[in-house]
Write a protein that binds this ligand. Structure first.
Ligand code: ADP
Length: 535
């Protein structure tokens, strides 16, 4: 569409340059901005990191009145508010940890002449306080309520992965404020979720803007992690063989690991590597980032703190020494590779032990239970991605975002498509039911059951630790002898992903045939077991 005739055309570019300091729009940003400037309802489905925020922030700055942004996570909200403040934008935030005086200050600001351009609120805030309701009503009656922006809009849909009760009331916005346009933004929505968002918010005539999430020039690979030393050896080999003069990023979860891996790459392999993490002195951070940007340093070993504001086009590889927190993060972190459109490699090192220790960390965190469950669920998706050695990796990543991708379009740019070992699909429902029953019995001994112990118990192994814990005596011990150890472990994993062996363990025994179906697809290692899945 040609927007040059629009009355706000110049202004939009002025604000882009002068307020945001950016030279140009990214794909579909201008469409989204103009749709908002035209007062339309907007639905935006862009990948994380593609610049969704600009699509509502920029119009909010151009327009008079207040744009209300509903965002579910206080921490994300805080980041956006800080960034906008730095740009000199008048912005306010209501949610989470604000003290009462701070809240009253924001409210006073809303009634004053110097109204904020953007007001960030949690859905709970919007719902709970009468004062909030009356303030919105007052703004509305004075024509000062410009737009509602629903960030993470998939939370409104119970088709989605993250339905939130507090989002339900957002369905009332159209009724209560019929004149106020609504924007819905998300980075994850399949067709059902999209439809659900649009119908619940009652924005059927919205402008729909979507970007494909596919990064066709990225090669995705998962490798088994063979201990710390083995992993560093492999990383060094990849770099020395394929990328001796190229730029790359290696992500580690902890600061210590970053330092350690960088040091080993330098000392054992003579590779020019630097570490980067949040605990570095701000001057060092800047220096490392600049050296890397200029190409004086080729290899950065970093925590996720490294990434904000990186715009280096020729990153040839992104290696994950440890597992990313979510597939969305993985997509974003790997997305820093190959911005120039040339081939780049994304290699993820995976070891089950890394997964379980991370899960334990998540459970120990001091956060509300609901949030922890989300975090854990997201992380299981990463583990599932890693252990799925059958389906196209690109398909899996895009499927997570609700995008249908035809694996034929991968062109063997992932290790699963390259692997030509035949695959088998077997129905393990009966085995799963036995596994659950066995897990119940093992848990009743009062001892924790690890994944490995579970697989051992299924196959009736006689390890001393199993005897000591009283596991070997329980009913059903060894009832799945027919399973190959790898298949047994895959089955246990599947039960963990589905939450059957953890959250449901207290009533898992009540699970009946017909309530669960488990089909495992795996590479045919010649040790087939179970029965062929019905097609
Ligand atoms: P999303 O909300 O889609 O995950 P953000 O809005 O947080 O993405 O934007 C991701 C990054 O991209 C931010 O650092 C932002 O400053 C940057 N960005 C957004 N739009 C542009 C643009 N037109 N040009 C350059 N950088 C941009």
């Amino acid at each position: 569409t040609d927007y040059t005739g629009r009355p706000y055309y110049r202004q939009v570019f002025d604000v882009l340059k002068n307020t945001f300091g950016l030279p140009s729009f990214r794909p579909k940003q201008l469409d989204a901005v103009c749709a908002a400037m035209d007062g339309r309802d907007v639905f935006v489905l862009f990948p994380t990191g593609s610049g969704k925020s600009l699509t509502f922030q920029l119009p909010a700055i151009c327009q008079k009145g207040v744009t209300v942004v509903v965002s579910p996570l206080v921490s994300l909200m805080g980041d956006q508010v800080q960034a906008l403040k730095k740009l000199g934008v008048n912005v306010a935030q209501l949610g989470g940890n604000l003290s009462e005086p701070e809240k009253s200050q924001v409210k006073a600001q809303l009634w004053s002449r110097e109204k904020p351009k953007l007001l960030y609120v949690t859905p709970e805030q919007l719902q709970m306080s009468n004062y909030m309701q009356s303030t919105l009503q007052w703004l509305y009656e004075h024509g000062q309520l410009m737009r509602f922006v629903i960030d993470e809009a998939h939370c409104i849909s119970d088709w989605g992965r993250r339905f939130r009760d507090s989002y339900t009331q957002l369905t009332e916005l159209r009724k209560n404020y019929p004149e106020v346009p609504i924007s819905a933004l998300t980075a994850t929505a399949n067709a059902e979720v999209e439809h659900d968002i649009i119908s619940r918010l009652n924005i059927q005539n919205c402008v729909r803007l979507k970007l494909s999430f596919n990064r066709a020039n990225l090669d995705y690979e998962v490798r088994p992690k063979k201990g710390h030393k083995g992993c560093v050896d492999e990383i060094a080999a990849v770099i020395q063989t394929n990328y001796p003069t190229d730029t790359g990023i290696i992500y580690c979860h902890s600061r210590d690991r970053c330092e350690e891996v960088a040091k080993e790459l330098r000392e054992r392999f003579g590779l020019q590597a630097r570490h980067y993490h949040a605990a570095l002195d701000p001057r060092d951070k800047l220096r490392v980032q600049q050296e890397w940007n200029r190409g004086d340093v080729l290899i950065i070993v970093a925590t996720v703190a490294f990434g904000m504001g990186i715009d280096k086009a020729d990153v040839r590889y992104v290696i994950h020494y440890t597992l990313p927190a979510t597939l969305a993060n993985y997509y974003q972190e790997t997305g820093r590779a190959g911005r120039d459109g040339n081939l780049a490699h994304c290699i993820l090192f995976y070891h089950w032990g890394d997964a379980t220790s991370r899960i334990e960390m998540i459970r120990r965190e001091d956060k509300p239970d609901e949030e922890k469950r989300w975090v854990e669920e997201d992380f299981w998706n990463v583990v599932r991605y890693c252990s799925n050695d059958v389906h196209c990796r690109r398909f899996q990543v895009l499927d997570f975002f609700g995008e249908k991708f035809d694996p034929a379009e991968c062109h063997d740019l992932c290790n699963n498509c390259r692997d030509k070992t035949p695959t088998v699909s077997e129905d393990h429902t009966e085995d799963a039911i036995k596994t659950i029953a066995l897990f119940e019995k093992l848990s009743q001994t009062g001892n924790m059951v690890s994944r490995r112990q579970m697989a051992t118990a299924m196959r009736g192994g006689k390890l001393k630790a199993m005897v000591d814990k009283g596991f070997t005596g329980v009913e059903g011990y060894g009832s799945l002898k027919h399973l190959d150890v790898q298949v047994a472990e895959r089955l246990v994993d599947e039960m963990f992903y589905r939450g059957v062996l953890t959250t449901l363990s207290h009533n898992a025994g009540k699970l009946k045939r017909g309530q669960i179906q488990v089909v495992l697809e795996r590479r045919d290692n010649g040790k087939a077991s179970g029965s062929k899945a019905p097609r």
